[in-house]
Design a protein around this ligand. Sequence first.
Ligand SMILES: *[C@@H]1O[C@H](CO)[C@@H](O)[C@H](O)[C@H]1NC(C)=O
Ligand SMILES: *[C@@H]1O[C@H](CO)[C@@H](O)[C@H](O)[C@H]1NC(C)=O
Ligand SMILES: *[C@@H]1O[C@H](CO)[C@@H](O)[C@H](O)[C@H]1NC(C)=O
Length: 470
Amino acid sequence: MATSFRSVLVTAVLASCQFANAQNPDDQADRKLTLTPPSRHKRPSLTVSKCTTAGGCVAKEKSVVIDWNYHWFHTEDWLSCTTNSGVNATLCPDQATCASNCLVQGASNYTNNGVSTSGDILTMYQYTINEDGEAQNASPRLYLLGDDGDYEMLQLLGQELTFTVDLSTLPCGENAALYLGEMDKTGGRNEYNTGGASYGSGYCDAQCPVQNWKNGTLNTDGSGYCCNEMDILEANSRANSFTPHPCSDTDCDRGGCGLNPYAAGYKDFYGPGGTVDTSTPFTVITQFNTNDGTTTGTLASITRKYIQNGKLIASADPKGDIITIESCNAIDGSAAQFGSLPTIGKALGQGMVLTFAIWNDAGQFMNWLDAGDNGPCSATEGNPALIAQNNPGTHVVFSNIRWGDIGSTFSNAGSGTTTTTSKPTSTTTSSPAPTQSHWGQCDGIGWSGPKACASPYTCTKSSDYYYQCL
Ligand SMILES: *[C@@H]1O[C@H](CO)[C@@H](O)[C@H](O)[C@H]1NC(C)=O
Ligand SMILES: *[C@@H]1O[C@H](CO)[C@@H](O)[C@H](O)[C@H]1NC(C)=O
Ligand SMILES: *[C@@H]1O[C@H](CO)[C@@H](O)[C@H](O)[C@H]1NC(C)=O
């Protein structure tokens, strides 16, 4: 679905970022590309939680880093090493020369890039407003870093990811995205790029973007960088979808096999005043169910649930909001060509990088997300020029991000406000197999895990592939 916007976006923001950073040249240590102690690099902290059925949720303070391409690359004399169309070929004819000529500047002022954090809350603005009151495109993209200066690798096979989101200010044409990409854990850190992940390098996705650097290394042959991508949420206040994009080394299922409730015919489910009411915050739960209920099996389905005002909203579709191998392959031939859900499952098992973005799309106005069959927006109202004029304050707020065992990240009562350090209130404690806990899978084609549900839940059919303890 998402087309080739991301590389476009990076190029588009470069000019404004250089400008922004040039205002504060000394507010962050600059480093030779070859000399970058990650520990000296200041980034916004963000609290996230890991959860288990037995132990509840444990909060940990991590940090987010803005993408490598949003940093300024310059010589010691403050000449830019990048141009609007790529790198300066005189300064950067090859990796080693580039590293000796250029420094990478820390993007210390995240406010200038539209980003702020507080505790477990992450806020991202599409635009920043300058002294003259004009909207300047910020469109930040961030990654979650671990404690070691490498990316935090989320291993979500047989697990679930839950967060709360406020999309109330995002109009047609905006896309607030929370997704997973199979980037290198170190961001491709090497002798010529010792910053690596802690400077946001190594981005890849299922659109195979062509960037100035590829897996941390200067990209001298103009090649794209493809990797498995799992879009957990791509949304504004009017439409939303979640989409697996399996890949090979050289290409991907670029359209993906996503699920968008509006496109599936449930037109009143999601939106302002909808069943999921986007005028206020809500919680999004995404479960990666394996064929055998373990964290090492084959990814068989992905299920989606929402919580709002303490109430669990199971799905738009009475059969459940679920992507199965079968439904994924039914969209077109592309997913199957790249191994469908099992390919995504392998990446989820190995670990993927949590990515946050807010962007809009001057080429297609995000019609694939929210217009025509996909949502209630007109084909033209997603024009970024209109958004900047009418909604310059548009922003997304992500909070209370947590992941772990299926059923461990939210409570039975459906409360979306489980505090990060407390145990979900009414989850049956560490009940061992053979009974399955509330919300867990209990039957379906290919299922070999526990079929009995812990009291008082009963095994309920969602589809031939997925039964759940409800
Ligand atoms: C590239 O860098 C050289 C050396 O600093 C400079 O003279 C030249 O103007 C730069 N070219 C561009 C297109 O920025
Ligand atoms: C970041 O930039 C903003 C806007 O230019 C400014 O108000 C703020 O003081 C800067 N913060 C730091 C830490 O330099
Ligand atoms: C990315 O770079 C890292 C570090 O050099 C390397 O281990 C990894 O194999 C590279 N990945 C790809 C896909 O090139």
